[in-house]
Design a protein around this ligand. Structure first.
Ligand code: ZN
Length: 587
């Protein structure tokens, strides 16, 4: 890209995606090529992105509607003068006629260095973040064919990848697909019973006082869950599109800048959120597909330290997602694609094998069992419910697809209810053939069948069960039907490997200094209206606490302390280190 070629970059969150355009932008600016235009849909986050770059001593700016007319004109002037290295703008602005005129001016002056198109999956109509205006970005290539382009995304299965290349006219671009694995995130999916209580227990037992995100499907549930957590002493804030922009911004700022805030949100929250120390992402409702799930869970643990992706899932989620899909306006072919994507997600939920292996396989990446997911750490006991699944299907068939699950199970178990007598169902060949199977096991069979698309619940007709997909073929086959026996307590142990030196525990002395540095950092962050990690992240503070530097040269050796930060914060940090006594910690 620095040399002027196009690229399509797929990299998981936290993999260094931004560096892929920031470094070429710097290099091209220094070589006299001028300004890099960064296309990003995330207006609410542009200010933070730009502030973080300023902290690193890089000339960055944004153009969007949050600027007042004076600031806007000033930024525009600096852009046209080629003074800015990275300029952030939304796709609507970039494709706007006036802006294109400005770009042409820049281009004529030889000052248009690069187009970086971030969150490129927004161009895909199959994705969960489709933005029609992304389609218009081909105009950049048409007008300025000699300016290199780099498109980036953290999530894209094979289909989305193809769409990005086609719709952004990047067919000739070199593709860089890095591993999608996020080894520090452990995955767990539990059966949904009392979701909120399960969530509370999860947070209290594993993540007290830590930052996390809880995803819910509806605004109402977001509000209720945030209130529930707050009632139980957890700092939880709501975030959804129904809140006023001011409240949303305030909650987002608190989440980014304070320690230990839990954001309860719809999927409206999170894209581009660059908070490194999110320790968990919890799903109380099923996401739309694996790409969405991966994108959302990927917001945990960007600092590389252990983090958890936790989800509860139950039959009602499956029914809801299926109905939303079938009831949508989408055309038949579109629905087919969406169905396939939902099935892949359900298979992940029902899986009794390594979750990560299955996730990575979805992104065409082969891998071995990971040792860091619920199924690896605590392999579920499974049974082959093939016989029971076939019984269930034939019972629905015998009952003429006219009854709900409760009745089907009653017939299978030979329970003499009024309904059974009224319809003479004790006469059926499937009457009582599954008496030894518990009601709970039958429910698991039902859920498995729904998840595999062999039956569905007709919500427009009293929730009766209907047969679908390849149910006939399945009955005739000898295909096994693996189900987990019961959900054992699934608490994935964090990977126990020897920690490298820079992650090893601090001594009591170092711990004291670390805490002192943290409170200094908080004060700095408040004064400068920055997020704490933009000043120094925890790893860097720990590095300082370990080294106890006594000169700027020593301080500069700590990972994460660059020239600009050394100049801005070096004197204060050295003063603080010198003032913190050694040898008191153990006392
Ligand atoms: Zn695993």
């Amino acid at each position: 890209v620095t040399g002027g070629d196009d690229a399509l970059v797929l990299m998981p969150t936290g993999g260094g995606k931004s560096l892929c355009y920031q470094l070429p932008a710097l290099a091209r600016q220094r070589a006299g090529n001028g300004v890099t235009i960064v296309v990003s849909p995330l207006i609410a986050l542009m200010r933070d992105q730009v502030l973080a770059l300023h902290e690193l001593g890089i000339e960055a700016a944004f153009l969007n509607s949050t600027l007042d007319p004076h600031e806007f004109e000033e930024t525009r002037r600096r852009m046209l003068a080629g003074e800015i290295t990275l300029l952030y703008a939304a796709p609507e602005r970039v494709t706007n006629v006036n802006f294109l005129v400005d770009l042409a001016t820049l281009h004529d002056a030889g000052k248009l260095a690069l187009f970086a198109i971030d969150e490129a999956h927004c161009v895909s109509q199959w994705g969960h973040d489709f933005r029609p205006e992304y389609r218009g970005l081909t105009v950049l290539h048409e007008r300025f064919p000699d300016v290199p382009r780099i498109a980036l995304t953290a999530t894209a299965d094979a289909l989305t990848r193809k769409e990005i290349a086609a719709n952004l006219d990047l067919g000739q671009a070199k593709q860089f697909v890095s591993s999608f694995d996020r080894p520090n995130i452990s995955y767990a999916i539990e059966e949904k019973k009392r979701a909120r209580d399960q969530l509370l227990k999860f947070i209290r037992e594993s993540h007290g006082g830590e930052s996390g995100i809880v995803y819910c499907l509806s605004r109402k549930k977001v509000e209720e869950t945030a209130a529930f957590l707050a009632d139980h002493g957890i700092t939880a804030l709501p975030y959804h599109a129904g809140l006023s922009p001011a409240v949303r911004q305030r909650n987002q700022d608190r989440f980014l800048r304070e320690d230990g805030v839990v954001m309860t949100a719809t999927i409206a929250f999170g894209m581009g959120i660059d908070k490194p120390d999110v320790r968990f992402v919890a799903h109380l409702d099923l996401p739309k597909n694996i790409e969405g799930y991966y994108q959302e869970t990927g917001r945990a643990g960007r600092d590389g330290e252990p983090a958890e992706a936790w989800m509860v899932y139950g039959l009602q989620d499956v029914v809801l997602q299926r109905n939303m899909l079938e009831g949508s306006e989408a055309g038949a072919q579109h629905k087919q694609v969406l169905r396939g994507k939902l099935d892949a997600l359900l298979a992940l939920c029902e899986s009794t094998h390594c979750r990560r292996q299955q996730l990575l396989a979805y992104f065409d990446e082969p891998s071995e069992p990971c040792g860091n997911c619920d199924n690896c750490v605590n392999p579920p006991d499974t049974w082959d419910a093939g016989r029971e699944a076939r019984m269930f299907l034939s019972c629905i068939y015998r009952c003429e697809q006219n009854f709900g699950a409760g009745h089907i199970i009653d017939v299978l178990r030979g329970k003499e209810t009024d309904k059974v007598h009224r319809f003479n169902h004790w006469n059926l060949s499937t009457w009582g053939i599954g008496a030894e199977v518990t009601e709970q096991q039958w429910r698991a069979v039902q859920r498995g069948l729904v998840a595999r698309g062999l039956i569905y619940q007709d919500t427009e007709h009293y929730n009766v069960l209907r047969l679908s997909g390849g149910w006939r073929e399945f009955i005739k086959s000898e295909e096994p039907f693996e189900l987990r026996i019961a959900v054992k307590k699934a608490k994935p142990a964090r990977k126990k490997e020897a920690l490298p030196e820079d992650e090893a525990a601090l001594t009591p002395d170092q711990e004291l200094l670390f805490e002192a540095l943290r409170s200094w950092r908080k004060q700095q962050a408040d004064e400068r209206a920055l997020a704490a990690y933009m000043i120094f992240d925890n790893k860097t503070l720990r590095g300082i606490a370990r080294m106890r530097p006594n000169s700027p040269e020593q301080l500069a050796e700590v990972k994460g302390v660059g020239q600009t930060k050394l100049e801005t914060y070096g004197p204060a940090v050295l003063e603080l280190v010198a003032a913190e006594p050694v040898g008191q910690g153990g006392a």
